[in-house]
Design a protein around this ligand. Structure first.
Ligand SMILES: CC(C)(COP(=O)(O)OP(=O)(O)OC[C@H]1O[C@@H](n2cnc3c(N)ncnc32)[C@H](O)[C@@H]1OP(=O)(O)O)[C@@H](O)C(=O)NCCC(=O)NCCS
Length: 146
């Protein structure tokens, strides 16, 4: 089966699989464990997972209407084995399509410094000074949706 991006909620079995990827990609390298976190806010968020050949290869989440007409992209990750294969782009595009269809005009995010180039390719621009979060340098990036 070709790659498909599913839009899911926290009750979906695919959500548990997305947590495994988020833990491997975004937490373990920082010696953190996602299962120690209070994830209850995520019930109100929109989660996207990319599935190919019955495997989950990546995920991203959206805080819809985080501010007026603005959504926040968070928890963007694809597994190391498939990076550069276009799945990150597919996830961002699906999130943006959802945002446009749900009255959002802007998407903002906190980019880890080593992911800035990826988001620039997706059309995001830097809109803050550098700051530190979870011990990593970040910048705010944003994109106006059309
Ligand atoms: C950042 C990340 C999500 C990108 O996902 P991906 O599946 O590799 O993305 P794609 O294959 O769709 O890449 C799209 C384009 O961005 C480029 N790109 C991907 N990662 C990049 C990076 N870190 N820096 C610069 N360019 C990057 C790709 O080369 C590709 O370019 P092209 O259109 O010219 O071919 C992935 O590398 C990842 O999970 N990294 C670790 C976790 C992370 O940093 N998450 C973001 C935290 S803010």
């Amino acid at each position: 089966m070709g790659p498909v991006v599913h839009q899911i909620g926290t009750k979906s079995p695919l959500y548990e699989k997305s947590l495994v990827i988020r833990n491997d990609v975004l937490r373990k390298p920082l010696n953190l464990n996602i299962y120690d976190e209070d994830l209850s806010d995520e019930e109100d968020q929109i989660h996207f997972v990319l599935e190919k050949d019955n495997q989950i290869l990546g995920t991203v989440s959206l805080v819809a209407n985080y501010k007026k007409n603005t959504g926040k992209l968070r928890q963007m990750a694809t597994i190391a084995e498939v990076r550069g294969d276009g799945y990150g782009r597919m996830l961002v595009q699906k999130l943006e399509k959802y945002a446009v269809n749900n009255e959002m005009k802007t998407v903002v995010l906190h980019a880890r410094h080593y992911a800035i180039g990826f988001y620039q390719k997706m059309g995001y621009t830097i809109s803050s000074e550098t700051f530190e979060e979870v011990g990593i340098k970040h910048v705010v990036m944003q994109k106006e949706l059309h």
